[in-house]
Design a protein. Sequence first.
Length: 215
Amino acid sequence: MTFNDPDWLQEERRLLGEVRRGDRTAFSRLYRAFAQPLYARVLLPMLGDRQAAEDVLAEAFRVMVEKLDQYQDRGGSIWSWLATVAANKARDVERERARRGQALRGFALLSAPLLDAQAPGPGDDTQAANDSARLQAAVARVMDELNPRYRRALTLRFLEDRPRAECAALLEVKIATFDVVLLRALRAFRERWQAAVAADAPADTPGSVRVPVTA
């Protein structure tokens, strides 16, 4: 039986009506019918990650219940609407992944020349994750101390990974002017970063370079 089968459509409408009245058994029946195909056909292929797909699956069903009164029955199954909701949620996750990835690359670009970076060895995943979180917090703290124009230039170019021409347009300057602003912003960032590192360095290791510790 498919979701377009007349017998299923009749059963689906009955279940949807009961879900609107708060019937959990009816919701469980719909979940059993739609969850596996949503997961296997839509979410896992889009996200490529089991946990992310499961999280979005749960979110899609939450939205279904929350917005069920807005669903317009046009004679077909709710499957198409539910698949669209799930796909949109998956795209939101992908955009957030891309944003985080750009930010992490940006933090690395900003701070790499200032750190004595050492690649973590086997079994150091937890330490690497902690260091990454501390690095992000430290860079964000230093960024907050910058002139707003400098902070905006660094954010556009490094954290949002935008092309120079787009950065210049957003700052309403020529590309050559943007390059000058960016260079000055980098110098200002590095001066404040080095000052933070110096203030945080242990007394018995003068000149050592570490990620500043945030409160």
